[in-house]
Ligand binder design. Structure first.
Ligand code: ADP
Ligand code: MG
Length: 153
């Protein structure tokens, strides 16, 4: 599996990265985010959504309690999920996660790796390592369509 590392120095680098990623995303893509609390998963999700064209009138914030937030840009729906509070793999099925993964929207999934054998077949995976202060490393891997996205980053 191919892997790329991006060094992120500050929030504006994260915003730029979000723009770069958004410019290559297509309908049906799944972006999984992992990393400790405070690593910047929600911040990056926000950057990607704004770059995709989700208007300011739709707040992009942490779906920790709602599990799924749904936004709309002109091209497709964007599903922003957070699996942190889910306890059992069954809850993923109850949520209908596979319909989202296989659907026409873009899925951005925080705590993507919580259930490590229940991943979609094709996805881009970004693990955020918090260095110090605002510094981060984004470790990125891709499978299937995710690899294509990675190649075009
Ligand atoms: P998570 O969703 O991973 O728990 P959040 O995105 O909610 O984390 O919080 C990350 C915090 O770190 C935000 O308050 C954000 O402003 C701050 N931050 C500082 N530097 C960066 C950076 N380079 N990228 C993303 N967030 C950053
Ligand atoms: Mg979060």
């Amino acid at each position: 599996m191919k892997q790329l590392n991006f060094s992120i120095v500050n929030e504006s680098d994260t915003v730029d990265f979000g723009k770069r990623l958004a410019s290559v995303l297509k309908k049906g893509d799944v972006v999984g985010l992992s990393g400790d609390l405070g690593a910047g998963k929600t911040f990056l999700s926000h950057a990607i959504c704004r770059a995709l064209g989700v208007p300011e009138s739709q707040p992009v914030n942490s779906p920790t309690f709602t599990i799924i937030n749904e936004y709309h840009c002109s091209r497709f729906p964007v599903y922003h999920m957070d699996l942190y509070r889910l306890g059992e793999p069954d809850e993923l099925y109850d949520l209908g996660i596979w319909e989202y993964y296989d659907g026409d929207g873009i899925c951005i999934v925080e705590w993507f790796d919580k259930f490590d054998d229940l991943w979609p077949e094709e996805a881009l995976m970004i693990r955020i390592h918090l260095e110090d202060g605002e510094k981060r490393t984004f470790e990125i891997r891709g499978v299937g369509r995710g690899k294509e996205i990675l190649d075009s980053l």
